[in-house]
Design a protein around this ligand. Sequence first.
Ligand SMILES: NC(=O)c1ccc[n+]([C@@H]2O[C@H](COP(=O)([O-])OP(=O)(O)OC[C@H]3O[C@@H](n4cnc5c(N)ncnc54)[C@H](OP(=O)(O)O)[C@@H]3O)[C@@H](O)[C@H]2O)c1
Length: 322
Amino acid sequence: MRAMHIAAPGGPEALQPTDWPVPEPGAGQILIRIAWAGVNRPDALQRAGAYDPPPGASPLPGLEAAGHVAALGPGVTGWELGDPVCALLPGGGYAEYAVTSAAHALPVPQGMALREAACLPETLFTVWSNVVTRGGLRAGERFLVHGGSSGIGTTAIQLARALGARVFATAGSPAKCAACAELGATAINYREEDFVEVLRAEDGADLILDMVGGSYIPRNLRALADDGRLVMIAFLEGRTAEVNFAQIMARRLTVTGSTLRPQSELAKARIAADLRTQVWPLIEAGRLSPVMDSEFPLDRAAEAHARMESSGHIGKIVLKVA
Ligand SMILES: NC(=O)c1ccc[n+]([C@@H]2O[C@H](COP(=O)([O-])OP(=O)(O)OC[C@H]3O[C@@H](n4cnc5c(N)ncnc54)[C@H](OP(=O)(O)O)[C@@H]3O)[C@@H](O)[C@H]2O)c1
């Protein structure tokens, strides 16, 4: 099959076309003939050599895709050959075929094109597990997401709004702020405004989803309301910070975080089951859909990565495979 592999860790040009064997589905797995593959920031980290695939995963990049079921491994039930499917992948999405656990695959929501469906899994698994399961977001709460125009951010805004939260989002340009506002967030251009002041004027955030880290860590704590929760999902600025832990005690704050890829098969299957019952109805009711930035053919994945790393994009970047 055609695939894009990481020839050697480096910049976007490290992504090179290659011929690769079609993977075989093992017990409990399905083989997907991929039509579209989503591009995510962790793919760029993997390409740069900063995010190794977990043991047993394909070394090819690509954490999500949509297409059709092409083969069933032993013991798989609930899927038929030819079913349209979108799925979280352990890796290997930048290719014509990929295998994944049948329990990490979801039906393409009614009325949605495969191009959009390919952009659902990685962001929704991440946002659901961190904002709802871990972060405990409830209706009526104030929720702040950093990187509001990112794939993760645009999904988090929509999901939090659909759950009845009041949403604030930071972004780095007027166009990105406009995109966040259109999705229902109060947008904060962090180059012009201090998000801590904006949130403190509103009595603080009950929950913050942060992918920036570094200097944002102590500022996030200041922006939280009493009993507020901070959930870390990435460290684009930095992994370390000096923090006054006394405020965590005095104001009963919770600091937590998670990363999706190394979690167990069972943990991901539980997230998929939650998405199917709690989020797929919202998608099918038109309350949540991926914000699409751009598409590139599979063999131009390097350009897709360059666009993502330029941070010029708003929403999701996708690769056309078939
Ligand atoms: N923990 C997990 O399981 C998990 C899973 C998936 C993704 N992630 C992480 O979540 C983040 C978003 O992923 P994505 O795929 O949605 O990526 P993305 O679309 O590229 O989003 C990154 C966003 O971060 C903002 N940003 C703020 N400070 C930045 C900085 N110092 N450097 C670069 N960007 C900065 C950028 O917007 P501005 O221009 O407005 O700054 C950009 O929109 C990534 O860091 C990714 O690694 C974590």
